[in-house]
Design a binder for this molecule. Sequence first.
Ligand SMILES: NC(=O)c1ccc[n+]([C@@H]2O[C@H](COP(=O)([O-])OP(=O)(O)OC[C@H]3O[C@@H](n4cnc5c(N)ncnc54)[C@H](O)[C@@H]3O)[C@@H](O)[C@H]2O)c1
Ligand SMILES: [Zn+2]
Ligand SMILES: [Zn+2]
Length: 383
Amino acid sequence: MLAMNFRGPFRVRADRDKPYPEIEHPGDAIVRVLRSCICGSDLHLYHGLVPDTRVGMTFGHEFVGEVVEIGSEVQKLKVGDNVTVPFNIACGKCAFCKQELYGNCHEANPGATAVGGIFGYSHTAGGYNGGQAEYVRVPYADVGPTIIPEWMDLDDAVLLTDVVPTGYQAAEMGGIQPGDTVVVFGAGPIGIMAAKCAWLFGAGRVIVIDELEYRLDFVKKYAQCEVYNFNELEDPVVFIKKTADSLGADVCIDAVGAEAAGDAMNTLMGRKLLLQGGSTTALHWAINGVKKGGVVSIVGVYGPTNALVPIGNVVNKGITIRANQASVKRLVPRLMEHIKNGVIDPKPLITHRIPLEEVAEGYHIFSMKLDNCIKPVLIPPSA
Ligand SMILES: NC(=O)c1ccc[n+]([C@@H]2O[C@H](COP(=O)([O-])OP(=O)(O)OC[C@H]3O[C@@H](n4cnc5c(N)ncnc54)[C@H](O)[C@@H]3O)[C@@H](O)[C@H]2O)c1
Ligand SMILES: [Zn+2]
Ligand SMILES: [Zn+2]
């Protein structure tokens, strides 16, 4: 079948000879992919920053499709169902899944004690092939997938696999109180959705910081927020403190992760010399810009390697840090209601529709932030 194939950092291609996935366990399903996005998280793989990303792997943790085969134990799905599949692979039964911590399943990735299983996200996250392909194997098919209702657009459904729940959980973990000033770092799909959702939790003011003007323009209109280009601020931390009653923001959200720009030393240490696990510039700004007693919510991805953060400021300011991979399955029912009622309209984030055959071009455009790209979706020929 046709599938994206990782050849090494900055090199991906579409291959036609990837074997079709098979049912390997009676709880599996095989899904024919109808839409599959490229995510900011895929860029960490593409840039060679995630340990044990193996040549030959197919990425893609954001996909929707039609069930074409089910294992003998699958009860909730039938052939012909269209499903939205969370990016997390979760068993549904372990101690963590029982707490609805589906991003932290203890069974789906037996090789790791931190991250759970994720489709198409290196052997660090379980070694599962992803959905940037014509077909994909979905383990624990009775746990993750949700049948897409008739009324729902597939473009909305594919953003329910990651972007919408992750943005929502970023706001939720901020513990936003009515009237709070919330600062979101990053105006990628995740930051955009976090800004939109911050209002649902009662924010009084939402500020988004990035350096890409086209994204700031988009989020300003889409999430009705204030936007600032960090290159035009003398010091983002001083700016945040000043603008928020000289105290600092109530809540800061890191929707950037380990490839943050904005500080030459951090970029050199973390992204060029690899002396620490990525660049922590956005996280520094979040910790230093939040008020004493405030909350920093981290959804930006950081790998397993250590990275320098101003932990002394966390302690001395009494900051609460909350962080996780989004627990997609937990949030899907509520977010479907929000989409149905028009509270959240995800599909305008999709700026590019790219045939799966042109996946290399898709990665290049999204990675280089060309052509005003916010979110690219790959369409397989068989869709
Ligand atoms: N926790 C989760 O469950 C989860 C899920 C999906 C994505 N993520 C992570 O969220 C992050 C964002 O994902 P995305 O798809 O929006 O990625 P993206 O690459 O499209 O967007 C990142 C944005 O951050 C901006 N940026 C860079 N440095 C910055 C800084 N110092 N301050 C403010 N903005 C800065 C970039 O210009 C870019 O617009 C990534 O790290 C991704 O891996 C986490
Ligand atoms: Zn993603
Ligand atoms: Zn589990």
